[in-house]
Design a protein around this ligand. Sequence first.
Ligand SMILES: [Zn+2]
Length: 212
Amino acid sequence: MNLIQSYTFNSFQENMYIISDETHEAIIIDPGCSNAKEEYIVQAYIEKNKLVVKGIYNTHCHIDHILGVNFAKNLFEVPFYAHAFEERNFSAEAKAIIQMWGIVCPDIKIDHYIKETDKIMFGNTVLDILFVPGHSPGHLAFYNKAEKYCINGDVLFNMGVGRTDLPGGSYTVLMKSIFEQLFTLPDDTVVYSGHGNSTTIGFEKQYNPFLI
Ligand SMILES: [Zn+2]
């Protein structure tokens, strides 16, 4: 059984997730911790629950989702995994946009590229990987079929959808990802997003103003 701990961090109010199971092995998804206090919160949670972090996995590499990557990599001595297409977010063009927002993009290395045919495995847990581009070119979602939840980053929100105006974004592609990859999951799948409250596939199918 998975324990899903979320924290809302940094000035973008980004949700990071720590997922663990009964073996005490854990993974970190989208570490957005951006200062000493937020880093302390993450470290304290891991230590208090005696978790062994096995890896850092990102749905995508926009700035608000990567601010804590180097902190977590160094502290837990684990690799950083993301889709190869997310390298685009570290391009000069993308970094220039981030700089306009008054933020310096940290130097981050994706240690291993992952894609939709891979699986994330830790402890007794297996997560399927869905390829859901549109908000970002290499956007992934992490789906636990057995426990009926999906960590979907900035693709689908509670009553919203991801923005598509950043480099590599496409509204048409985003809609295709939502309708073909997410809306084909069971209606009672809980969706954990990169911003805002969790929701379910069934609720969004029925009420999301962007999708009905
Ligand atoms: Zn994003």
